[in-house]
Every structure is written in C-alpha cells, then in structure tokens.
Design a protein around this ligand. Structure first.
Ligand code: PSU
Ligand code: MN
Length: 330
C-alpha cells in the first residue's frame, strides 16, 4: 500500500476495494505517510477523547502533549478523525484545533459511511479509530480507556461498539482497562467471547482506568513491548482477525484516591439515571460528571493514564517496526 506522493496536498492512499463500493481515499498527513512508507513506527490516537472525553481548553493541550510524547520516542503520531467527509490519518494543527474546539459529532464505526457520503465531520471513537488505523496499515493504537459493557446493560443493552470492532480488527490497543463507570466483569466476559487477546502489562489484574486494580484477574501477563510484539506476530501467523488488548495500569501512587473515586462515581451514575441519559451521550456525560464530582482530580489522573498508554504504545510500535525490519533483512 504505497502512498501516492503529491506535492500540492497531503498524500493519499487507496486501500484495496471492499465489496462493490469502490475504493476509499484516506488522507495521510505527510509525516504519517513517510513513516509508514519507510517502515518506521506509527501509533494511532483517537479523537473522541479530545472532543468529548476531556474538557476545553485542556483537551487541545492534551492532544498536543500526547503527540509530543510519541515524537520524543521517535514515533510518529497518527491522530485520526473525519473532516468534511475526508478520512484523516494524522492531523495538522488546524485539524487538531477543529476537533478540540468545534462541536463535532462523536463518530463510532457505524457512522463512518454516513460522514463520508454526506461530507460530514466526526471525532472517532476507539471503534472507528481502530477500523481506520487498520485500513491505513497502522498496528498499534493508544487510548485512555476502552468502551465496554455498561452497568445496566442487562436492561439497556448498552455495550460499546468498541468491543465488537476489536473482535474484527487485528490491531494492538493499549488501554488502562475499562472505566469503573462500566460493568468491568461483564466487559471481560465479552472480550473473552469475542476472542480478544487480553494481556496485563506488568500486572496480573485488570486495571480500572482511574484505579490501578479492578479486582479482576487476568490470564496473561507480559513484561515488555517486545513480548507484546511476539504475541502480535503469533496472532498474524494464526491469521487471527481479533485485536490484542494491552491493559496498562496506573502505578498505585498515580491512581485516584479510591474513596474520592467511589463517591464521585456514585454521584455520576445517579445523575445519569436521574437525567435519563442514553445512547452515545452516556460515556461523555459520566466522564464530565466525574471531573465535576472530583473537583478536577479525575481529569489529572485521566491525563496521566493516556500519557502512560501513549508511551507504552510507542515502545510497542518501535519493537514492531524493528521486528518487521529484521524480517525483511533476513
Ligand atoms: N476513554 C477515555 N475517554 C473517552 C473515551 C474512552 O478515557 O472519551 C471514549 C472513546 O472514544 C471510546 C468511547 O471509544 O468513549 C466509548 O463510548 P461508547 O461507550 O459510547 O461506545
Ligand atoms: Mn453505548
């Protein structure tokens, strides 16, 4: 999938046609196109976290910071979004600003065809970002917390499309587990059913986003980015189509005070219930209630989580690029 270099605009790649819809054009930022063409490490980043997951103006600052963490490691960031019907893999400054300051819609994977068809714009969730990253040939993706099974799912059927997408997308996602706003046990059960490989990074317990330990045991633990890469390669050799989820916990001294966490969470869940919040508003609503209820402390912890995950994803992407290079040389 070699990008066509154009001098007047960002390079565009055309992945192979799927079905009878014709091929789709993606706009790769010049740094992303160059890194992919040169076999250098790239990490995908989602944009919903910028538009809906973090309050303004910290969100734009955070978006810059996450990208810088990768550049400092010699890894190219590819923040993904849909702008005016164009699939953008890697955002320039103007595009990042639009995602952070425009009232852009939250776009999951099912929304992508509509945005393309109508020239619309959307900030991509984990599901949509994973799908597009994969199409662009990116293997590693960092987020804060994956979506999952909501607490009242047995009556609301509210389960994030992130899970189904990970069942269909061979990509490695680094996440601090899933948020305690969700039913963590049910989410782990669904990940098992869906065939997603779950690895604890230097832990045998699934993290709970703001908290280091959800209390749920994991079957597998890895100690290094190189080990994750061995698992990815084995998955490829098996022609698996499911994702690898790397669960990266906060250090215990970085977590939100559990008492502050528990009371804020109770308040946030009660507010969502009382106000009848439904559908794709649920996750952004609960996140912003948590920021309010903790006096901003949950936000600082949230930023630390993403920073940690981005750094680990960078390490994995470097190990992956090294391995690919080695395979080519031998
Ligand atoms: N994790 C965060 N902040 C976020 C999200 C996850 O730390 O904003 C977003 C991600 O984009 C994720 C989405 O894919 O929430 C899940 O939303 P839903 O539950 O509606 O699928
Ligand atoms: Mn939902």
């Amino acid at each position: 999938m070699a990008p066509e270099q154009r001098t007047d605009a960002a390079p565009v790649v055309r992945p192979p046609a799927v079905g009878h819809g014709g091929s789709i054009e993606m706009t790769l930022s010049p740094p992303v196109a160059e890194a992919l063409a040169g076999g250098r490490p790239v990490v995908a980043l989602e944009s919903t976290i910028i538009s809906h997951g973090l309050p303004r103006p910290q969100n734009l600052e955070a978006a810059h910071h996450f990208e810088q963490v990768l550049r400092d490691q010699g890894v190219t960031p590819a923040t993904i979004a849909v702008l005016d019907g164009q699939l953008h893999i890697g955002l320039d400054e103007d595009a990042l600003k639009r995602v952070a300051t425009d009232d852009i819609t939250k776009a999951s994977v099912r929304d992508l065809p509509m945005l393309i068809a109508t020239g619309g714009s959307g900030a991509t969730t984990v599901a949509a970002t994973a799908h597009l990253a994969r199409l662009a040939g990116i293997r590693v993706f960092a987020t804060g917390g994956l979506g999952g099974v909501h607490r009242l799912a047995s009556s609301t059927y509210d389960e994030s499309a992130d899970l189904m997408t990970l069942a269909q997308t061979p990509i490695t996602v680094v996440s601090a587990g899933v948020k305690s706003i969700l039913d963590i046990g049910a989410t782990l059960e669904r990940l098992e059913t869906l065939g997603v490989t779950v690895l604890g990074y230097r832990t045998s317990r699934f993290p709970a986003f703001w908290l280091t330990d959800s209390g749920h045991d994991l079957d597998w633990r890895v100690e290094s980015g190189h080990q994750v890469v061995e698992v990815m390669a084995a998955g490829d050799a098996l022609t698996r189509t499911q994702a690898v989820l790397v669960a990266n916990p906060l250090a215990i001294d970085q977590q939100l005070d559990p008492e502050v966490h528990d009371s804020a969470l109770d308040a946030a869940l009660a507010a969502a219930r009382d106000q009848g919040v439904r559908g794709k508003q649920v996750t952004p609503f609960l996140l912003s209630e948590m920021v309010q209820a903790t006096g901003g402390r949950s936000l600082d912890v949230n930023l630390q989580i993403v920073r940690n995950n981005v750094a680990l994803a960078g390490e994995i992407a470097r190990a992956w690029a090294e391995r690919e290079q080695h395979m080519q040389d031998t």
